[in-house]
Design a protein around this ligand. Structure first.
Ligand SMILES: C[S@@+](CC[C@H](N)C(=O)[O-])C[C@H]1O[C@@H](n2cnc3c(N)ncnc32)[C@H](O)[C@@H]1O
Length: 385
């Protein structure tokens, strides 16, 4: 059993976990329990950290959690060889960083008495940042440990040993060092591309299609996970960009990538190879720095709905029944925080698709946006009828 500390948009993170692992439940607003013998943390875009659950307390506060940690680890590590590096991250407690730090200091003292040396990572906050956990390689070897201590609103406490934090160095490299980037087509973060791919959940070895491939972020992530990839885009320039970025990925990550990349209008293209899954960020219309006028919004919405609707209609006849898709479409955030959706979002059945039922979230919660952005990405997780 694992616990995930979910990312900035917890609904996306838990939906991704449910799609991949099935037996997933909310523990608190920011964490989820995953009932699986093995978690492949590196492939997750929507989890900040995850840990193997080692203990539970039915109820308690930080003092109870602290006592449990000190007694359990003073015992477990009393014969540990080599120096231990320890970070402690607490979530959902009414405790300050100093109290969290104090737990580590007490444990360090207890271990010193039996000759075991421990380096404690300082807590400037109640939980270590992803960057701190990652840079200290916590969770990646026996002697570099991060304890995730999570309390839910009923007072239940879970203690877990981290298996890693998001690899921000690798994400930054994949995002910023690739040869071709394009601010105009947008910058899909690799983390979100992973989540889109995982929500589609292609079968092992399948060919993943991105019919709006742009600079190829989704296909990069799919290639890293060992899928065959297929990219098409209306723009020849984007076909060139995806090709060059996949070549760069293959060279820098020592991968053999099975790829097809060609020009095509998603509204009428005939894809030449069998498609195992569709994972894409579709046409999002123009970016806005402030909510557009009602007339402008109506125009952009109509245009996006036409392109994305015609694409779904076109590809439906080319997909085998049961083919999974995760398609990001635009939704527009108003000043009051409400969203305007594409009309097709409520017409998926008539287009020949069935929404994938998820028990942890409603499909309307699958929205990715930043507070300063007007255009959100709404993730449609569907299968071909
Ligand atoms: C939001 S961008 C996708 C960016 C992409 N996720 C990436 O990694 O760079 C949308 C892409 O859709 C393409 N596009 C727009 N209309 C299209 C159409 N009818 N058929 C195929 N591609 C289209 C654009 O050229 C653009 O590259």
């Amino acid at each position: 059993m694992y616990i995930s500390i979910l990312g900035r948009q917890p609904a996306l993170g838990i939906a991704e976990l449910e799609r991949l692992y099935g037996d997933v439940t909310w523990f608190s607003d920011e964490s989820a329990i995953i009932n699986t013998p093995r978690l492949d943390f590196e492939r997750l875009g929507g989890s900040q950290k995850a840990g193997r659950i080692v203990a539970e307390l039915p109820r308690g506060d930080w003092t109870a959690a602290s006592r449990k940690l000190v007694s359990a680890y003073a015992q477990a590590w009393r014969e540990r060889e080599g120096k231990i590096t320890l970070g402690i991250s607490s979530y959902g407690f009414n405790a300050n960083p100093r109290e969290v730090q104090k737990t580590g200091i007490i444990l360090k003292g207890r271990l010193k008495e039996v000759g075991v040396s421990l380096r404690l990572i300082p807590n400037s906050d109640t939980a270590l940042s992803t960057a701190t956990s990652h840079h200290n390689k916590l969770g990646l070897s026996d002697n570099k440990v991060e304890l995730l201590v999570v309390r839910n609103k009923n007072g239940k406490i879970i203690i877990a040993e981290s298996v890693g934090a998001q690899n921000i160095t690798a994400y930054a490299k994949r995002d910023q060092e690739r040869p071709k980037r394009d601010a105009f087509v947008g910058m899909l973060p690799p983390k979100l591309a992973q989540t889109i791919l995982n929500l589609a959940n292609p079968a092992a070895g399948a060919r993943v299609l991105d019919p709006f491939c742009g600079t190829g972020v989704v296909l990069q992530e799919a290639s890293l996970q060992g899928f065959k990839v297929y990219g098409t885009d209306l723009s020849d320039k984007m076909v060139d960009y995806t090709t060059k970025n996949l070549d760069w990925l293959a060279a820098t990550h020592h991968l053999t990538i099975d790829s097809i990349v060609e020009q095509g209008d998603a509204m009428n293209h005939r894809w030449s190879d069998a498609i195992g899954a569709v994972a894409c960020e579709g046409y999002l219309g123009q970016p806005f720095s402030a909510p557009p006028s009602p007339a402008k919004l109506a125009e952009v919405r109509k245009n996006c709905n036409y392109i994305m609707g015609e694409f779904l209609r076109n590809i439906a006849s080319q997909l085998a029944s049961g083919t999974p898709l995760c398609v990001a479409v635009p939704a527009w955030k108003a000043a009051d925080g409400s969203f305007t959706h594409l009309p097709l979002v409520s017409q998926l059945e008539s287009l020949g698709y069935t929404p994938v039922p998820l028990s942890t979230v409603r499909s309307s919660e699958l929205l990715y946006y930043r507070d300063d952005q007007v255009v959100a990405r709404e993730l449609l997780v569907i299968t071909k009828n």
